[in-house]
Design a protein around this ligand. Structure first.
Ligand SMILES: [Zn+2]
Length: 608
């Protein structure tokens, strides 16, 4: 069995089990594969799985070390051997760091007197000593001046320092640059950050292209920023990201940290796959921004809706549009508010922290994009709003955009024919739209069918493969993913229940027991609706008592009378209520003293 067969039969299914929380099944699958084939690659994979499942269990780490020693001698190819060697070093380091179990034998009960041994021993009297200083926190104070870590920061840094790679999903504002800088200052060797963003701090920041040029550099920590872009298609950037897996293999870094602001569980798994990370630690921050109130305004007249939103608020407001023309029109209409309202088309970031509301002129194409943009509101931690102005027609806009971004096979073939006929570029791009045309050209070039003869001039390659080798599967996959993301966005906009819950669910976050929404339009409407409903019922029952005062009714009889005997101004508000519900209200009013029973069992109005 060759390497790719081993992967598809054992490694990938096992990894899916491991990432899906079915560790035992994943381990079993690799054990079985190793038994059947005796292949070194499976020994390596099983060892990584053991380290992943039981990072602090010495006997299991020892087994991983034995497997890796085996793997180093057996795997085919230089890259695989280096992987196994690196993992072996890491496993030995983990073994040294694992909690010592020396206490275990001594804690066994001494023979002869189990009772006395079980009795609690008197506490030795010692002076209360202050806890020893925590070296991580000490370092945090001296390097950055902070007293404590934010959630997730410490776990990620410690994982890296133990020599294990990590995927960290850090929503905006959770302090990812501190993680990178702290780790960079703690590892022994160079840190390289591959990113589209600008350089800062004590690390070497490079673009993907520059990373490809780095040769012979010994990298201790390799950070892939915005790793979710690996899973996108449609940008030149992604083409640059594509060979990342091989580049990482070539540079053989000590550990890899893949960072992303937003990623669903599926995207996390894809990042791991695309970077070829073996069983990394996955750290996911919370997407629950407690200071934000989420809402959607259904409207056919966005400008009026926007003016209402602005009138209800003071402070800075950001309005985001999908089209530049919309941004210009909105900015022109809100000229008098220009001092506090910033209108942005596209995805340019906002640099102030005191934004009180982010209003989307229309819904974005995905919840990922929406989350990043909406959480620009309230970065100072003060209350803020995230609002979408939604018109049902918005859906068509995004569907068309998806269609045009990911051409189907027939379009790509048409473009190929046009190139062969030597039609000019403008003619090709105008055939099926610029986006589809240039995406088709990129694909054809990448698969070796065409090449650029001169700027704006394409020609068929002499060594072009047979046409049936043309593979548009990537387009189909990306189109399906874009549609799936759009559907999630639509579910959020159309949600009948809690919007916050809808959002968290998409990012794979399961609220803990007792969790409550910190604010969304749906929850507020439900609360106000039931509160006013309850108020009406109470009012009717109090009026009913007044009407029926002086009659000798049991509570059960009184509830029935309220529903059927009382005058219409009492029965009408109670329409649809059951006797039991009315009885509950009567009991509550009795407890509160709003109504009373006199000594003869007659209902009377309460003194309160
Ligand atoms: Zn809610």
């Amino acid at each position: 069995m060759d390497w790719s067969q081993l992967n598809s039969k054992y490694v990938l299914p096992a990894r899916r089990h491991l990432l899906g929380g079915r560790a035992a099944q994943g381990e079993e699958m690799l054990r079985q594969g190793l038994e059947e084939t005796g292949d070194g690659w499976l020994a390596y994979q099983l060892a990584e799985a053991l380290l992943f499942i039981s990072p602090e269990d010495p006997p299991r780490i020892e087994e991983a070390c034995r497997l890796l020693e085996l793997a180093v001698g057996k795997v085919a190819g230089d890259l695989h051997r280096r992987l196994a060697e690196t993992a072996l070093d890491r496993a030995r380091a983990m073994l040294a760091l694992a909690p010592k179990r020396e206490g275990r034998p001594q804690t066994m009960l001494p023979a002869g007197d189990p009772v006395r041994a079980a009795r609690p021993r008197p506490r030795p009297v010692v002076e209360e000593e202050p806890p020893p200083p925590d070296p991580m926190v000490e370092k945090l104070k001296s390097l950055f001046g902070f007293e404590s870590f934010r959630p997730g920061q410490r776990e990620t840094i410690e994982t890296l320092l133990k020599g294990r790679s990590a995927v960290a999903v850090m929503p905006p504002g959770s302090g990812k640059s501190l993680v990178v800088e702290f780790a960079a200052k703690s590892v022994d060797g160079a840190t390289v950050v591959v990113s589209g963003a600008s350089a800062k701090g004590a690390v070497l920041q490079v673009t993907v292209e520059e990373f490809a040029q780095l040769q012979g550099e010994r990298i201790a920590l390799l950070v892939i920023d915005e790793a979710d872009r690996l899973c996108e298609w449609g940008h030149r950037l992604t083409r640059a990201y594509a060979p990342m897996r091989e580049l990482i293999g070539r540079s053989a870094p000590g550990v890899v940290l893949a960072l992303t602001a937003v990623a669903t569980p599926r995207v996390r798994a894809e990042i791991i796959e695309r970077l070829g990370m073996a069983a990394p630690h996955v750290q996911v921050g919370s997407f629950d921004r407690r200071n934000l109130v989420w809402s959607v305004i259904e409207t056919r007249d966005r400008m009026t809706a926007l003016r209402t939103v602005l009138a209800e608020r003071t402070g800075a407001v950001v309005v985001r549009t999908q089209r530049r023309s919309d941004a210009e029109a909105v900015a022109a209409a809100l000229k008098e508010e220009a001092a506090r309202v910033q209108v942005i088309a596209g995805d340019a970031p906002v640099d102030r922290r005191d934004v009180r509301a982010v209003v989307h002129w229309q819904m974005p194409a995905s919840l990922e994009q929406y989350y990043v943009e909406a959480t620009e509101a309230g970065r100072d931690g003060e209350p803020a709003n995230a609002v979408i102005l939604h018109d049902a027609d918005d859906k068509g806009f995004h569907r068309t955009a998806i269609e045009q971004t990911y051409p189907d096979r027939s379009v790509v073939v048409e473009v190929l024919d046009a190139v062969i006929e030597r039609r000019p570029l403008e003619a090709i791009l105008s055939m099926r739209g610029t986006a589809r045309g240039s995406a088709s050209l990129e694909l054809l070039e990448a698969q070796g069918f065409i090449r650029a003869a001169a700027p704006g001039q394409w020609e068929e390659r002499a060594d072009a493969p047979n046409r049936n080798r043309l593979d548009t599967g990537e387009f189909d996959r990306r189109r399906r993913q874009a549609e799936e993301r759009l559907r999630a966005m639509e579910r959020y906009v159309e949600a009948r229940g809690c919007r916050r819950m809808e959002m968290l669910a998409w990012f794979g976050e399961r609220p803990a027991a007792g969790w409550q929404c910190a604010g969304c339009d749906r929850c507020r409407a439900a609360r106000e609706g039931s509160a006013s409903d309850a108020g009406v019922v109470r009012q009717a029952v109090v009026m009913g008592v007044r009407e029926l005062e002086g009659r000798r009714f049991s509570i059960n009889e009184m509830s029935r009378a309220m529903l059927f005997l009382a005058p219409p101004h009492v029965t009408r508000p109670l329409k649809g209520k059951s006797e039991a519900e009315v009885r509950d209200v009567i009991n509550a009013l009795l407890r509160e003293g709003a109504i009373e029973l006199d000594g003869k069992g007659q209902f009377v109005r309460g003194k309160r």
